[in-house]
Design a protein around this ligand. Structure first.
Ligand SMILES: O=C(O)CCC(=O)C(=O)O
Ligand SMILES: [Fe+2]
Length: 367
């Protein structure tokens, strides 16, 4: 018998006619069907990556019930941890650039002076690195197991297909850079958004819940949930479109690390979160994510030597050799500044992209 967790009841599907982005479905169940099947998956992923930086994965081997169970566990932890304990186990975001622990509501800036209304509990695969919340204790083995499966099975297969898509000799090239036994800022995020902006704040934010950005990751795994609120900015049109909910599926997007590895040949998806349509308002939104970066010591620069595909595409190196960051410095510095500064304050209305310096490199924010 599994230990009981409070159940999170997700909002029902929207009935509104909205503009959805069309995403390629990757059938990871085909992964074991031999080289031809894997080459086909690699073609599909390459196509998705050079256009949108987003696709979704089905038949990935994690049952929908296991995902729902993790959503419940996250809900349970956020609901049953006292404010005192949350404060004590607050992630050292500004101090160390780490998300391990609780991210309180209001740490991020949404628009102007308005602060976010989302709580996170983030856990790294080496849970012994921090004290964990008391009410998480009964779920610890399950969480560890879920992280391990997500990392080794889902992420591992995807990373192999990415190596095939780039025609890198060693299919395990990316897998080795994301060794489960190494250390890095990869984490499982339990996130609960509260529909709690005042009317005044809604006017300022225009319904924005999480500002437009690219993830700091190599790959991000977003477990699909029913609130229609995640939007992608299409590269072709610069239009924001909703990401559909596909029950049981994992939405995958590339982040800034993948864009650097590929000299921007693979796009880091630009995305944001907005308030849902009227028929889904007034509900909380609980979901889980697995955000991945390579091991701490990995220096990230464009893989021109490793990939004939990138040479043929004639991409430029993302960084000068002595300016290329390692995964740890990049992730820590980027986490420290994420959504902290009033990046739009000095821009005019027509500007929809702004760069912010992070160590030797830059990140960009979008609207
Ligand atoms: O809540 C979501 O769907 C996406 C959140 C997000 O983009 C992020 O945490 O990086
Ligand atoms: Fe994101």
């Amino acid at each position: 018998m599994l230990p009981p967790a409070d159940h999170f009841e997700p909002v029902g599907p929207t009935k509104e006619a909205l503009e959805f982005v069309s995403l390629v479905a990757i059938d990871l169940g085909r992964y074991g069907d031999g080289p031809e099947a894997r080459n086909h998956l690699a073609d599909q992923i390459r196509q998705a990556m050079v256009t949108q930086g987003f696709f979704f994965v089905v038949n990935h081997g994690i049952a929908e019930a296991d995902i729902t169970r993790q959503v419940d566990i996250g809900y349970h932890i956020l609901k049953n941890t006292s404010d005192d304990e949350k404060q004590r186990l607050r992630a050292p975001i500004i101090e160390e650039g780490s998300y391990h622990g609780f991210k309180p509501r209001g740490h991020w800036r949404t628009a102007g002076e308005v602060r976010d209304k989302a709580e996170n509990f983030n856990v790294y695969r080496d849970m012994s690195l921090r004290e964990q919340p008391t009410c998480m204790e009964p779920f610890r083995p399950e969480i560890q197991h879920f992280i391990e499966r997500t990392h080794k099975d889902v992420l591992g297969k995807l990373l192999r297909i990415f190596a095939i898509a780039l025609e890198i000799n060693d299919e395990d090239f990316f897998v080795k850079l994301h060794s489960y036994d190494g250390h890095d800022e990869t984490f499982l995020r339990y996130m609960q958004y509260y529909d709690a902006f005042s009317e005044e704040e809604r006017k300022i934010t225009k319904g924005l819940w999480f500002a437009g950005h690219q993830d700091l990751t190599s790959l991000s795994l977003l477990f699909s949930q029913p609130m229609t609120s995640l939007q992608v900015r299409e590269y072709e049109s610069d239009q924001w479109k909703y990401v559909p909910h596909i029950p049981g599926a994992i939405i995958v997007n590339a982040g800034e690390v993948m864009a650097w590895w590929t000299g921007n040949y693979f796009k880091a998806a630009i995305h944001r979160v907005v308030e849902p349509p009227a028929d889904q308002r007034g509900h909380d939104r609980c979901s889980i994510f697995y955000f991945c970066v390579p091991n701490d010591e990995v220096v990230i620069n464009t893989l021109l030597q490793e990939s004939p595909v990138l040479r043929a595409a004639d991409v430029a190196m993302a960084h000068l050799p002595d300016k290329a960051p390692n995964s740890k410095d990049w992730a820590n510095d980027r986490i420290k500044i994420s959504l902290r500064n009033a990046v739009w304050a000095k821009t005019d209305e027509a500007d929809n992209v702004i760069a912010e310096t992070v160590g030797n490199v830059a990140t960009r924010w979008f609207r």
